[in-house]
Design a protein around this ligand. Structure first.
Ligand code: ATP
Length: 236
């Protein structure tokens, strides 16, 4: 049984259909990438999985149970964290306060402290800046903060939307190193990424999304070695 199974997912923004039957699987422990052009429906897929958009039809099975149209906080509680494209760190709150927000479902103060300690262990640069306002961080640091905050719910599936967007190549590489390390520590990852090279270097497999449909599903190695295929689907 896959950890996550998306089955024939249809999602619309009002009367405008955005997803026309997306189906994909993610096995426990995998890193899977969704790639495709702007507007293909990658972010919409993540938003529907995390309950931020209603599912019109089809299903989302997480660890064998349907989570379609559950409230977002219930989906977080079930073990799925979503790090959205816009990052949404709270600029006028400190780094430490932003991190603590990620554990909003956790009632125990000691547990929040334990998880915060782990976050600072994983992201030493955030520890150094714990009392700094998040708005003063660099783009890369804000991305790290968004990931650290998402990990505070101790997810078994982490969904990342364009984590390298707007970052320098060096900073993007650091972010992907963090993603690899999170995955090695047992978290399954579903990643949306415009940067095909980075996506294929971190993911085991990739789905190509085009106008609300999956048009190809390949091992990353196959896609990397098949420029024709990449060109066909992604235009170069
Ligand atoms: P991008 O990288 O540009 O975000 P994407 O593959 O993630 O691309 P989506 O953002 O999922 O694509 O968009 C899928 C479709 O849904 C597009 O046609 C887009 O115009 C539309 N769409 C996205 N967000 C909204 C919205 N808030 N309201 C209306 N339509 C939207």
């Amino acid at each position: 049984m896959p950890a996550l199974a998306v089955k024939n997912l249809h999602v619309a923004y009002g009367s405008i259909a955005a997803l026309h039957g997306i189906s994909l699987d993610v096995q426990k422990g995998e890193t899977v990438a969704l790639i495709g052009a702007n507007g293909a429906g990658k972010s919409t897929t993540l938003r529907a999985i995390s309950g931020l958009l209603p599912v019109s039809s089809g299903d989302v099975l997480w660890e064998g149970r349907s989570i379609a149209n559950l409230a977002p906080d219930r989906i977080v509680a079930a073990g799925i964290a979503h790090c959205p494209e816009e990052r949404h760190v709270w600029p006028h709150m400190t780094v430490a306060e932003n991190i603590a927000l990620g554990a909003y479902l956790c009632r125990s103060k000691e547990e929040v402290q334990r998880r915060t300690g782990m976050a600072f262990h994983r992201f030493p640069r955030l520890r150094e800046r714990a009392h700094q306002l998040a708005g003063t961080l660099s783009g890369g640091e804000q991305q790290m903060l968004a990931i650290a905050r998402a990990l505070m719910s101790e997810p078994r599936l982490l969904m990342l939307d364009e984590p390298s967007l707007g970052l320098s190549p060096k900073m993007a590489e650091e972010v992907f190193e963090v993603v690899r390390s999170i995955n090695v520590h047992g978290v399954t990852v579903l990643l949306v990424e415009q940067n095909i090279h980075n996506a294929l270097s971190v993911a085991n497999r990739a789905y190509v999304v085009e106008t609300g449909r999956i048009v190809a599903s390949r091992l990353s190695g196959e896609l990397r070695n098949d420029p024709e295929l990449l060109r066909a689907y992604l235009g170069g």
